[in-house]
Structures are given as C-alpha cells and as structure tokens.
Design a protein around this ligand. Sequence first.
Ligand SMILES: [Zn+2]
Length: 182
Amino acid sequence: MGIRDEMISILKINDENGSVMFGPVTVAYHCDTFNTRIIKGFEDTLGYEHARELVLTTTEISTYDPLSDMLNAKTQGMSFEDSLKVAFDFYRVIGCGSFELVELKGKGGKVKGVTFTAEGWLENETKWNWNARKEPVCHVEAGLIATVWEVLNKLPKGSVSVKETACKAVGNPECIFEVEVK
Ligand SMILES: [Zn+2]
C-alpha cells in the first residue's frame, strides 16, 4: 500500500466537532488558533460589531457560489431539513465544525454547534493568556450558516441574518445561532 492509500485508510471525520483527522492527529479544523488571531486583530482595531459584520459578510461572499453549485446538485427534491443535514455534513467533512438544527421558526430557525473558532479562542486563553471573552466569537460560522440558509431557500447573498446568542468561548455549553430571513 502506498503512502497515499495508507493515509486515506486512516482518515476520520470527527462528528463531535467536525474536525478531519489522520488517526489521532487533527489535520483540518480550519486553523482554529490562527483564525482567532485574525478576528482578535479586527475586533481590536474596528470594534466588536464592525468586525463581526466584516468577518460574517466575507465568509458569506466567499462560500455562496461554490456551495450553491454543490448543494443544488446534491439536494434536489429533498426537504429543507434533509438538505440542511447534507450541508452540515459537508461542513464536517471539510473540517468546518459540527452544526445541528434545533428548531425551525417561521422562515428562520435556531442552530447549535461546536466550532473551531470557539475552541481556538479557548486555546489562546489557556496557552497565551488572552483575556476571557464577553461576546460570542463565531462570526465565520454565523456566515457559514447564513450562506446555507440562503442557498437552500434560493435567496440572494446578504438576505439572511444570523446572530450568535450563546458561545462556548464565553463559557456557554455550546454555540447557539438564531437565523432570520431579513
Ligand atoms: Zn461560538
């Protein structure tokens, strides 16, 4: 067996947090600590709300088109809830965290998740003595959820707002995202 086949044979996707692993070693959990440093830089210079909006919108813009192509092909004829499961599984496979629908409310809903950003922030607090956070930090994930909602409902970019109301990085047991169609 060549190295390539050998590595593929030990490749695992961790459903708990949506990380991709070779055996016990995490290889894709989207640069958790690195990403949090970028977010910290934005928040320190732009302020929390502006930084949140910038990161969320940038995530939406960069994922909308590739995700549209993939999801349109994979979810034809499926219900919204089943399509959402496909989309969230795709995020797990690429190491973007683990999300689950809690409930649908009108055109919006509530999603919970385990995210690389919250884990990364907590790691920085432990290893690099960062201060404890007071506000949620998962702006990238809010953007990922907004994009999925827009694509599956055939809505344009920017038509869904996602607000993180609880976050593991501030001590909540999990991250909670409230989704609303504007
Ligand atoms: Zn969070």
